[in-house]
Design a protein around this ligand. Structure first.
Ligand code: SF4
Length: 220
């Protein structure tokens, strides 16, 4: 794998004036880290239908504190992989590129390791696994929506733009809020309740059951 290394010197410039996109899995991990439900997390910490972390008024990420990232152990995928970007082709092929660094970044790029070393160090494997699982589910949802309404494809970019405009804290769909979809009332006082892996498994089953019911209804 290609040589690559990057050493973060915590200048925090990459945590400012960015739209930090989050997946349902990112939200679940962040919510559990903060001992709140995904519903509360979406209300308090997101915008764009629960798909982007809500920044502070000055443009800093809402989780950027005086000592850096306040959610570092469960920071989202995009923060872990920075300054790399990853693409997965329809046949599963994986490729990587460099994002343009902040002009005043104190991060140091080098050639003392490989991309795989960097991914391992950032503990990205479970995030990639979840991207694949949710990617498959997302494709099933798209296929079903197009089956029910062939004009869905034409409306998709309009829908995406409308979601980006949703008021902060508003939920876009059952897709985003894992605890609500699972019917779990999360309480920090009785422990974390359903663990992360079980919560994801239940969420995927619930969305698949919903898709199956739509499919059955469309045939009646
Ligand atoms: S979640 Fe943490 S690492 Fe990611 S942008 Fe916010 S402060 Fe930075």
């Amino acid at each position: 794998m290609a040589v690559f290394s990057y050493v973060c010197h915590a200048c925090n410039r990459c945590c400012r004036n960015k739209a930090i996109r989050v997946s349902p899995y990112d939200i679940l991990r962040l919510a559990r880290y903060l001992c709140i439900s995904t519903t509360q997390f979406i209300e308090n910490h997101t915008e764009a239908g629960g798909t982007v972390l809500r920044p502070k008024d000055n443009g800093d990420c809402g989780f950027l504190g005086e000592r850096g990232c306040s959610v570092h152990p469960d920071r989202p995928l995009v923060c872990r992989i920075y300054p790399l970007a990853r693409w997965v082709s329809p046949d599963g092929g994986e490729s990587f590129g460099h994002l343009t660094p902040h002009p005043k970044t104190e991060g140091v790029y080098g050639i003392s390791g490989t991309i795989q070393d960097y991914l391992d160090h950032q503990q990205l494997a479970p995030f990639f696994e979840m991207s694949e699982r949710y990617g498959e589910l997302y494709q099933k949802m798209i296929d079903m929506l197009e089956k029910l309404d062939p004009e869905e494809l034409d409306r998709r970019s309009d829908l995406r733009a409308a979601i980006d405009e949703l008021p902060a804290g508003t939920l876009a769909s059952m897709w985003v809020d894992i605890d609500a979809t699972n019917g779990v009332s999360f309480s920090s006082s009785d422990g974390s309740g359903v663990g992360i892996d079980e919560a994801v498994a239940r969420h995927i089953r619930a969305v698949e059951a919903w898709l199956d019911s739509l499919d059955a209804a469309s045939r009646n």
